[in-house]
Design a protein around this ligand. Structure first.
Ligand SMILES: Cc1cc2nc3c(=O)[nH]c(=O)nc-3n(C[C@H](O)[C@H](O)[C@H](O)COP(=O)(O)O)c2cc1C
Length: 97
């Protein structure tokens, strides 16, 4: 698969403070040099950890500050979670203009 998009929102759960291996496989299969990635994750305490840096190192893409959200909030407080995501998406898009 060749991603045509220049801007990629990349979502993943935090596993052992890191990206799940399947996400690394995706990143390694794509040529993402010169693209912009905006990460977002669910977690239960670790936040984004160092995943923004890991993504930058494994892709050579430009990685913008990400959003972290408790998995419990995404699961159980969906209205609040959606509002937070929408606000963050708006801000992220405004920041790259
Ligand atoms: C194998 C595994 C490892 C995990 N490691 C972490 C961790 O290191 N830090 C953390 O905050 N949450 C950790 N979690 C919690 C997940 O990040 C959380 O369950 C997930 O983001 C919620 O999405 P899901 O509903 O798709 O599981 C782990 C979960 C699993 C299953």
């Amino acid at each position: 698969m060749v991603l045509q998009q220049m801007l990629i929102f990349l979502g993943y759960p935090i596993w052992w403070g890191d990206l799940p291996m399947g996400v690394y496989t995706f990143l390694e299969r794509e040529n993402l040099v010169g693209k912009t990635i905006i990460p977002f994750c669910t977690h239960e305490g670790s936040g984004l950890g160092n995943t923004e840096r890991f993504i930058a190192e494994s892709t050579k893409a430009k990685v913008l500050p990400g959003l972290e959200m408790r998995g419990r909030k995404a699961q159980n407080s969906q209205t609040e979670a959606k509002a937070e995501m929408e606000e963050w998406i708006k801000k992220s898009l405004a920041d790259i203009k």
